[in-house]
Design a protein around this ligand. Structure first.
Ligand SMILES: [Zn+2]
Length: 168
């Protein structure tokens, strides 16, 4: 059985190297919608795959990106210095902040959070199925586990600025 929970965040970025000049040459923002799809073959004692309340770790990760600048680590040093000088909330990402990049990064981070969640209500084989990131009302990117082969990064490659950490 599958459940889905939706989260939202606001963030700014530039997507270097993409086809659209507006996107690759201008700092701009989106109101992101993130869908988290979770599977299990069995139900807990409440007849749930898992209680959404247990997604607190996922919610906390999304909140770190809210009202932040998503800085691709491949940006040139001058741009990085500018972003850090004029923004307090900066997430430095090992992938470009395209919807696809976010979906892959979130899959990785949410999967970790889910594996660290302590289930005490008879939950079964709860597992992350996919993560969808909607950048606009008309389009989204969806990452599945096997898509992680497209990228190569670890938890230490995602850097949250001091202001983000201190606001938690
Ligand atoms: Zn954009």
């Amino acid at each position: 059985m599958r459940i889905r929970k939706l989260f939202r965040f606001e963030a700014a970025h530039v997507v270097r190297g993409c086809s659209s000049r507006r996107c690759r040459e201008n700092i701009h923002g989106h109101s992101y919608v993130v869908e988290v799809l979770i599977d299990s073959g069995t139900l807990d004692r409440g007849f749930m795959v898992m209680d959404f309340a247990l997604l607190e770790g996922v919610r906390a990760i999304v909140d770190r990106f809210d009202h932040s600048y998503s800085l691709w680590r491949g940006e040139d040093e001058e741009m990085k210095a500018f972003v850090y000088k004029y923004n307090r909330r900066v997430v430095e990402m090992p992938v470009s902040p395209s919807a696809e990049g976010y979906a892959l990064l979130f899959f990785f981070l949410f999967d970790e959070a889910l594996r660290e969640t302590v289930f005490r209500n008879g939950e079964g084989d709860v597992r992350l199925y996919s993560v969808r990131v909607h950048e606009t009302e008309t389009g989204y990117a969806e990452a599945f586990r096997e898509d992680l082969r497209l990228v190569d990064f670890g938890r230490e490659d995602v850097r949250f600025s001091r202001a983000i950490i201190e606001e938690e």
